[in-house]
Design a protein around this ligand. Sequence first.
Ligand SMILES: *Cc1c(COP(=O)(O)O)cnc(C)c1O
Length: 379
Amino acid sequence: MTQDRNGAQDDARRAGGWLRIDLDALAANYRAIRSHVGPDVAVGAAVKADAYGLGVERVAPCLHRAGCRRFFVATFQEGVALRPLLPADSAICVLNGPPPGSEADFPRFGLVPVLNSLDQIRRWAALQDAPGRPPCLVQLDSGMSRFGLSEDELRTVLQERLLERLSVSFVMSHLACADDPSSPRNETQRLRFETLRALLPDLPASLAASSGIFLGAPFHFDLVRPGYALYGGNPVPGRSDTMRPVVTLHAGLVQDRWIAPGDAVGYSARFEADRPSRIATLSVGYADGFPRRAGGLAHAVWPERPEIALPIVGRISMDCMTLDITALGDIPLPAGTAFELIGPHCPLDALATTLDTIGYELLTGLGQRYHREYIESSL
Ligand SMILES: *Cc1c(COP(=O)(O)O)cnc(C)c1O
């Protein structure tokens, strides 16, 4: 761990873009959700897709220190990678369930499958040689038609007495429209979940992810499973965000120039100056996960003058983008000057809305070339 201090600083300085991940804010968001739900409700965490692109190696242990003991990944491989990062007191649940033939590896690797289909349940129930009875979760389809048992399938499970061969920690389901609190489907799904659950013996239950948590206590059951809100995303679009931002992305200046009216910028000359314009080239492009369609739509800011939105002009290239910084006049800007792309002045959710996507997609797309800095003071 004796990394050369100057070497590390050089690495940071020489990067084209900088991703700052505030683990203190992450832990604060976990605790905020913890205190929002009742004391009897457990708060798990979705850390699939490398903790939404933020780096599961740092995120998961941080959440564990904040009190989280149940983690959700999507695939078996994600679970295997996560296991050594967490103490044995944590359950790692694999949302997509066991791929055929992998069943015996779940207890071996300390993983808990979410059983979604009759096929997955039959395969898991056939796993007789595992010592004890390894825990699982069972998913019910309350109306999303994606994962989980239908009512008919649930009745088959009961008829075949499969449930008696399982050790079910939670029955769960997932909401399709929780980000729209006015959608009647939320209540329909909740009632459907209750109806299906009533066919089973009394088991702990889980329904809500980030947005569902804010639909109120009837949606909390025994366990909530936030992801996006922990990472600073707004769980209730349209309402002001109560989560602390976790991710800040800056891009470094490579060069800048003045161009004349009629001069074009970037591939396909999609931007043509109609006045003398100062154009800055930044060292972040679509290969870094910054969407190509952001050219002409999104903006950046220079943190010294955060009130000035600097439009991204022209096409975003693989490794760079161009900003119209005419509004900064002739202020000297040395190479390496950092411009904010995501952060307090360019909020994640606002950028997502501008690009007609969701912050989830922007986070999980964040590339591997950034210099990553994790802020964690409260160790
Ligand atoms: C991804 C996921 C979550 C977390 O969702 P967020 O909206 O990020 O809070 C919870 N439950 C399931 C089943 C998921 O797939």
